[in-house]
Design a protein around this ligand. Structure first.
Ligand SMILES: [Zn+2]
Ligand SMILES: [Zn+2]
Length: 136
């Protein structure tokens, strides 16, 4: 299956193929800056399955952090589309809200619940972790 998405202003379009490795809700402080306050709803895919089909993504990484995440966004409207995280080489975390259809999204895992705010609600049946699930 091919999934398609875009930024808010439509200057950047992208697509990617299966598989989707996981579907997550991240409650960390960093994600709240980017989501506006709610947990970040994301999926993890293989980096080599991701293609920008229109426009260009700009990158940003904080210089004051050791091994910062690399964030990809539209330079025109600022929509944050995906993130590369150094502990997960070859993987890309994509924000589900940028997908044309994300009605199928069903989080399995809630991460960084240690930072969860009182107004955050985790759906029933979702596994919760203080930080990230232990490595398999
Ligand atoms: Zn844009
Ligand atoms: Zn996060």
């Amino acid at each position: 299956m091919i999934y398609k998405g875009r930024c808010y202003c439509k200057e950047v379009e992208f697509e990617f193929d299966d598989p989707i490795h996981s579907q997550i809700l991240c409650h960390c402080r960093e994600c709240r800056y980017l989501s506006g306050g709610e947990p970040n709803a994301s999926i993890i895919i293989s980096e080599d399955k991701f293609r920008v089909t229109r426009g260009k993504l700009k990158t940003f990484a904080r210089e004051d952090l050791h091994k910062p995440r690399i964030r990809y966004f539209c330079a025109n409207c600022g929509t944050h589309i995906c993130v590369k995280s150094p502990p997960r080489p070859g993987m890309l975390v994509v924000k589900v809200g940028t997908l044309d259809d994300h009605s199928w999204f069903k989080p399995q895992t809630a991460i960084y619940c240690i930072d969860k705010q009182p107004f955050h609600q985790i759906p029933e049946g979702v596994s919760t972790f203080d930080t990230t699930p232990p490595r398999k």
